[in-house]
Design a protein around this ligand. Structure first.
Ligand SMILES: [Cu+2]
Length: 188
């Protein structure tokens, strides 16, 4: 099964388009033993930049692993800068108290052999979990991501990182959203 992850771009597209019915998905599952839902509750965001993620900012992440094989992730934030756009994604590792880089790269369902990944064939909102948002006048926002897959049993995301700006999508810059300002560890 694993070898099917390393395909040409055409094969990759076919594997992604084939969705949950494809053999690729047969080896996947949320597998954490914690049921089909995750809910962090509203928790303090780890801040790496007090200007953009002020003290007292909070976030809540919920994930629902649907029976059909899709994953729905919802993000709610409070206490951020009003009327401001941020980028946000699910990242590979848990939050470090002071080092935003320690959360690693974005979780990718099909992994780009070239890391850090800026190839739109891999760094896109179908293969990663993107949760970009714009805050309202109170500094609050919600975002949701729906993907056609679930975390493999042996490989999953562990955090949501809040970035400086909206996520770019062009070749050579796909997935880029600027400095890491905040983080919430999520037991996906
Ligand atoms: Cu990110």
């Amino acid at each position: 099964m694993r070898t099917q992850l390393f395909l040409t771009a055409g094969g990759l597209a076919a594997a992604l388009l084939a969705g949950p019915a494809a053999p690729l998905a047969a080896a996947t599952g949320h597998g954490s033993g914690s049921g089909d839902r995750v809910d962090t509750g509203l928790r303090p965001l780890v801040s790496y930049h007090a200007e953009y993620v002020p003290a007292g900012a909070t976030a809540r992440v919920r994930a629902h692993y649907r029976p059909g094989g899709k994953t729905l992730v919802k993000l709610r934030v409070r206490g951020l800068i009003p009327n401001r756009a941020y980028g946000a994604h699910a990242h590979q590792k848990a939050c470090h108290p002071t080092d935003g880089a320690a959360a690693g790269g974005h979780f990718q369902y099909v992994q780009d052999p070239v890391q850090p990944s800026t190839d739109p064939a891999y760094a896109n909102p179908d293969n990663e979990i993107w949760l970009d948002f714009t805050t309202d006048a109170r500094g609050e926002a919600t975002a949701r991501a729906l993907v056609d897959w679930q975390f493999p049993a042996d490989r999953r995301a562990h955090s949501v990182i809040v970035h400086d700006h909206r996520t770019r999508t062009g070749p050579g810059e796909a997935g880029v959203a600027g400095p890491r300002h905040g983080c919430l560890t999520v037991p996906f």
